[in-house]
Design a protein around this ligand. Structure first.
Ligand SMILES: Cc1cc2nc3c(=O)[nH]c(=O)nc-3n(C[C@H](O)[C@H](O)[C@H](O)COP(=O)(O)OP(=O)(O)OC[C@H]3O[C@@H](n4cnc5c(N)ncnc54)[C@H](O)[C@@H]3O)c2cc1C
Length: 435
């Protein structure tokens, strides 16, 4: 047996784990199936402009991304953090007209008397008096938050609060609707957006992954097919080309869907859990326009009545102007689960046509302004934290602690944030260091 650790996946969880091990003097090799680091932190480029096509931003503040910001600092990128200045949102109202609520007064006008009262009650009951739990780690069993869908919990809310606050928040932050996410996850995200500020990196968020990876031994285009196991202990990996690599410890740092495929036959319970983990595939469509757009909001939310797959858009020219030197319009169209699932089986051409039609309500005449359209598919996307999922994750983590020679890292076990990915990687590395 060799004396080093193998890390499967050069996303932020794997890179954070490998970085910590290397800093502690351990030998570590990262195996990455694609040709680049970053995984779900990825950008698209077009004629000198750039756009975030995966993770959108780093959160700072008292509940912010402490470990990720620490990594950003360690790799000399703190000065590259660009705060998001524009906070303007646009909502389509029930009549399909754009409304731009400004500050608390603007929101109160949009919500009306009942909606504003609902909002105040929501803040007092759920955000101020919320049970305490980490925003970045699944570590506590809180059945009252886990065993109920957000839709059930907020059955008391009126239509205005549901349509203009709850549904858009679920779409934007959780990638799904109120029926398909548990209260635990929803409150986590509401706490995060109400207590933190967002920033992006000057050269794209993936520049963090690139900087960490450059300091490590990362083998690209090296896909792991299976974990090797002897007498219940993981002893290495088998690669897609049939060769094998031995190791003292293997950190599985890929999305849950990919982790399920490489489980050894001995790990029956782990494979079953990983295969049954619900997810939200993300098929995003990016429209690069041939001219600047006369728009002022960074995010566009359709009304719940609209019943369309792409009910949210991001205006990247306004959100991250430092990445768009041309100043031309760049719009991305975002679906949410369960509608998002149907896009997986559609061709790029079909997805583009659908998204273009549905974006016209937000940006009239957009079809006549196109320079280029690109589709970014995240086949796994995000883990879906549906009712009961937190308890299942806790049980999996408990069993995983008993396994020898292997640890698991990925944001999927702990939420949808880059900080969850980084923290899970650091925990996996600490386990290796403990021996
Ligand atoms: C559309 C979208 C928007 C998001 N927005 C935000 C946001 O605004 N803020 C935020 O904090 N987070 C956001 N996230 C979540 C964030 O991207 C993730 O939390 C984080 O990047 C996950 O890191 P990871 O290392 O756990 O997994 P990944 O980034 O998925 O990395 C896993 C790596 O493993 C590799 N791999 C998989 N299988 C194998 C194999 N068999 N062999 C070798 N390598 C393998 C993959 O190629 C990949 O590089 C978003 C995610 C998506 C999809």
């Amino acid at each position: 047996m060799s004396d080093h650790t193998l890390v499967i996946g050069a996303g932020l969880s794997g890179l954070a784990a490998a970085d910590k091990l290397q800093a502690a003097g351990k030998k570590v090799v990262v195996l990455e199936s694609t040709e680049r680091p970053g995984g779900r932190v990825v950008h698209l480029s077009h004629k000198g402009d750039m756009v975030e096509a995966g993770a959108q931003g780093f959160h700072s503040g008292s509940h912010g991304y402490a470990q990720t910001l620490g990594l950003i600092d360690r790799f000399g990128l703190t000065r590259d953090l660009v705060p998001q200045v524009n906070q303007q949102a646009c909502y389509l109202n029930r009549q399909g007209e754009p409304v731009y609520p400004l500050g608390n007064m603007g929101l109160a006008k949009l919500l009306g008397v009942r909606g504003t009262a609902d909002f105040a009650w929501f803040v007092a009951k759920y955000l101020v008096a919320m049970k305490k739990f980490s925003l970045y780690e699944t570590h506590l069993d809180i059945p009252a938050y886990d065993n109920i869908s957000t839709a059930e919990e907020f059955a008391w809310a009126g239509k205005a609060f549901t349509d203009y606050v709850l549904r858009p928040a679920a779409h934007a932050m959780v990638g799904t609707d109120l029926e398909h996410t548990n209260l635990y996850h929803f409150l986590n995200l509401m706490k995060l957006i109400s207590t933190t500020k967002v920033a992006t990196l000057r050269k794209g968020n993936s520049s963090l992954a690139e900087a960490i990876a450059a300091s490590l031994d990362v083998r690209y285009e090296t896909e792991v097919k299976k974990l090797l196991c002897e007498k219940g202990r993981v002893t290495g990996v088998q690669l897609a080309d049939g060769s094998t690599l031995k190791a003292d410890h293997v950190i599985v740092a890929c999305p849950v869907g990919a982790a399920a495929k490489i489980m050894p036959d001995e790990f029956v319970a782990q494979r079953e859990f990983l295969m049954a983990f619900p997810n939200i595939p993300m098929t995003l469509v990016y429209f690069f326009l041939d001219r600047p757009l006369d728009t002022k909001a960074f995010i566009y939310m359709g009304h719940a009545y609209r019943n369309m797959t792409f009910n949210m858009a991001i205006n990247h020219t306004v959100k991250t102007p430092h990445l768009v030197p041309s100043g031309k319009g760049i719009i991305s169209a975002w679906p949410s689960y369960p509608d998002a699932a149907a896009l997986v089986n559609m061709s790029d051409a079909e997805v583009m046509t659908k998204a273009l039609n549905e974006m016209d309500d937000f940006f009239p005449g957009i079809a006549s302004m196109l320079d280029e359209v690109k589709v970014q598919r995240h086949h796994w996307g995000l883990g879906r934290l549906s009712p009961g999922q937190h308890a299942k994750i806790l049980a999996f983590k408990k069993h995983a602690e008993q396994l020898q020679g292997v640890s698991f890292a990925s944001n999927d076990y702990d939420g949808v944030h880059m900080e969850s990915a980084v923290q899970s990687g650091l925990r996996a590395a600490e386990r290796v260091l403990r021996g």
